[in-house]
Design a protein around this ligand. Sequence first.
Ligand SMILES: NC(=O)c1ccc[n+]([C@@H]2O[C@H](COP(=O)([O-])OP(=O)(O)OC[C@H]3O[C@@H](n4cnc5c(N)ncnc54)[C@H](O)[C@@H]3O)[C@@H](O)[C@H]2O)c1
Length: 247
Amino acid sequence: MPNRTALITGAARGLGAVVARRFHEAGYNVALADIAIAPVQALARELSQDESTACAIELDVTSKADFETARDALLTRWGTVDVLVNNAGASKIVPVMEITAEQFDQVIDVNLRSVLFGCQVFGQYFANRGAGRIVNIASLAGQNGGSATGAHYAAAKGGTLTLTKVFARDLASRGVTVNAIAPGPLDLPIVHESVPADTLQKVMAGLPAGRLGSASYIADVAVMLASADAYFANGACWDVNGGLYMR
Ligand SMILES: NC(=O)c1ccc[n+]([C@@H]2O[C@H](COP(=O)([O-])OP(=O)(O)OC[C@H]3O[C@@H](n4cnc5c(N)ncnc54)[C@H](O)[C@@H]3O)[C@@H](O)[C@H]2O)c1
């Protein structure tokens, strides 16, 4: 594959790290972006000792300027950016009646404002060059209202699905596709850390698949959506939720 570059946000751990590894395996140069710089530097060096095909970028997804700086740095480094995966996310479990304005704004900023800024900065650049792929990591919570993860998170992910369609429509005629993936609960450290064990048991019992989802499969879907052949898939939400939610 000739010199293709993918930028993955929130690549320091969890799903983002798995997605970054998968793009690298698929032959992409990968830019690992996160506010946590040390782990992305370590992962970049693990993937590419001399950092010729993987690099770390300190990027706060709530800052549009950080996306612009990252775009410019990658153009200088590799001459091209072809794929943006808006993966970074965060939440804190709070009952809906108790969410404060500050908590609401924080979760909306990291999960939704990030998608707006990423799509604006890279969508414009992709449109100008007539090619590009954006994959937004949403969530089942954005479709069914969620439960354990919090109303602010579910609202942000629902907004991500809407922005996916808005940007897909806006950029469709200029060689750019924008799609979302909506995973159900995945077998990742954050799930085991943030969901109490008894709640997790109940979640798994309610999953038709009978077990948590595989992050590496989500990464496969992201790579599939990033391919040149995926030009006809646009504005879509790819449900990967173990059969928990069907529409
Ligand atoms: N884990 C699941 O079961 C699951 C299910 C559905 C959707 N998702 C989505 O997948 C994505 C990744 O989730 P995860 O489980 O790997 O979470 P995680 O908490 O393990 O990783 C999130 C990463 O985002 C980074 N991050 C947080 N705030 C940031 C900011 N302001 N700027 C840049 N980076 C920032 C963190 O440093 C971290 O590396 C999220 O969008 C999440 O909503 C996860």
